[in-house]
Design a protein around this ligand. Structure first.
Ligand SMILES: Cc1cc2nc3c(=O)[nH]c(=O)nc-3n(C[C@H](O)[C@H](O)[C@H](O)COP(=O)(O)OP(=O)(O)OC[C@H]3O[C@@H](n4cnc5c(N)ncnc54)[C@H](O)[C@@H]3O)c2cc1C
Length: 431
């Protein structure tokens, strides 16, 4: 068994006292069992899934077999990807291979897609044909874009005309190329769906990044933010101050603009109430829901969009022994759909699963944290932070009163913190 001291050190260095607490307490208790030999299958190697895969191995002292199925060759981070659009970072800067998960932690990484899951038989079928049996399945498939909520969008995106780039990768570069090709004096417009959606401040950070690029190279151009929500959904006063002071006359924000159709021929977006808007580069974000495999498995039992879970263990309320993490989860109050939060879900779920498989008590009082940094240009950053505690009486997480908060304003020092945050969370998730 892993030495108690080693586990304490590992947990302490990552700020995981409350997550690993169950294992630590139990290991100190007479009669506690070593982790059982068991098979955990993780679907999706993003912020939630990769973290959970690594931490099941760590918390079980490598005794539990972990297989991770992920179609992409490497992890490409959405956080920081807006800087690729702004031109100050490259795709290589935000890419990390999966090799350390395999080499250092003994995770079996399978490059494939899970095509279907049979919760009764506890097997998953890979797109390439083989099946994988599991004792516990961890599902962190991220989000799917609901194409049909905006008429014409699916075809416009398939033709490469109207892009989203809401999953970082080749599409991020394609959108960057559209911005580069745009003439000075042109208009970039981003539409935002009604919340909840992946990364509340993400679209507003993107507007800053595009404006930062325009300010340096195409100063007569405009950035239009067309938001279906009544107002900016995250760090509102801070973003509005940045737009007014750093990008006066360039960035324009309009709330309550709910897009329902696009015309790719004329690059026009249509709204429920307001007049149509034509732009040179259209970045249309439709409504989002849990990743397709979660929906297809019948786990999206909140408005047929998100997955309800028991928050102590992240086990689905719809299927036993399937734990759902990250953006796919029907969020607890004030819980953002963020990479930081998905990473925390990954650790909390890993601790609960190892405890369950080992006959230990599940930590009854887990705590989660979140920080979302937003770059207002290539160097200056603002943040929002919060701490979330499990409230047993309500069986959900709630933000701790008075915890967290927002920056007073953008600074280069926070820019350093943000970049260090990114490197630390990539290491914590994948290395
Ligand atoms: C532009 C932008 C900026 C952002 N900035 C920040 C930020 O600064 N800070 C922050 O905390 N968060 C940020 N986010 C949000 C963050 O990216 C997400 O919240 C996070 O990725 C959610 O993690 P996840 O594990 O749920 O999903 P993902 O990280 O998307 O991982 C899902 C994985 O599942 C895989 N998958 C899907 N279906 C299957 C299947 N059937 N079989 C196998 N694999 C499958 C996918 O290939 C993918 O790798 C940002 C997002 C965007 C778009």
């Amino acid at each position: 068994m892993m030495q108690r001291r080693t586990l304490l050190q590992a947990a302490g260095s990552l700020g995981l006292w409350s997550l690993a607490g169950c294992a630590i307490d139990s290991m100190g208790t007479a009669g506690a069992r070593a982790p059982a030999k068991a098979r955990v299958l993780v679907v999706g190697g993003g912020y939630g899934g990769a973290t959970a895969a690594k931490y099941v191995r760590l918390f079980s002292d490598q005794k539990i077999d972990v297989t991770l199925v992920e179609p992409d060759a490497a992890f490409v981070s959405c956080p920081i990807s807006n800087l690729v659009l702004g031109g100050s970072k490259s795709l290589a800067d935000i890419t990390t291979p999966y090799t350390a998960l395999a080499r250092k932690h003994g995770v079996r990484v399978v490059r494939d897609t899970v095509a279907s899951i049979d919760p009764a038989k506890k097997v998953a079928v890979l797109a390439s044909g083989p099946t994988i049996a599991y004792d516990k399945l961890i599902l962190s498939p991220g989000i799917d874009l609901m194409w049909d909520t905006i008429t014409g969008l699916r075809a416009a995106q398939a033709e490469g005309r109207i892009l989203q780039a809401w999953k970082a990768g080749p599409e991020t570069l394609a959108l960057r190329r559209q911005l580069e090709a745009m003439p000075d004096g042109g208009v970039y417009a981003i539409t935002i769906p009604v919340a909840p959606y992946r990364c509340p401040p993400g679209p507003y950070e993107r507007a800053c990044q595009v404006a930062s690029y325009f300010k340096a190279t195409k100063p007569r151009s405009k950035v239009l933010i067309l938001d279906a929500n009544p107002d900016v959904t995250s760090k509102g006063p801070l973003f509005k101050k940045v737009w007014a002071e750093q990008y006066p006359g360039m960035v324009e924000y309009r709330g309550q603009h709910n897009a329902f159709a696009v015309d790719a021929r004329t690059n026009t977006v249509r709204f429920e109430i307001q007049d149509d808007i034509k732009a040179d580069v259209l970045n249309v974000l439709p409504a989002m829901r849990a990743g397709a495999i979660a929906v297809q498995t019948g786990l999206a039992n909140a408005n047929a969009r998100w997955c309800n879970v028991h928050f102590l263990s992240f086990e689905s309320t719809a299927a036993k022994d399937i734990h759902v993490l990250g953006d796919s989860v029907q969020s607890a109050p004030a819980m953002p759909k963020s990479g930081h939060m998905a990473n925390n879900h990954g650790k909390a779920a890993a601790a609960a699963i190892v405890a369950e498989l080992s006959g230990w008590e599940i930590n009854p009082a887990p705590m989660l944290t979140n920080t979302c940094y937003s770059f207002t240009d290539a160097r200056n950053v603002i943040h929002v932070a919060s701490v979330h505690e499990y409230v047993a009486a309500e069986r959900t997480f709630k933000a701790v009163a008075g915890s967290g908060g927002v920056s007073p304003g953008p600074t280069e020092q926070e820019g350093q913190y943000a970049w260090n945050w990114a490197r630390t969370i990539w290491a914590d998730t994948l290395l």
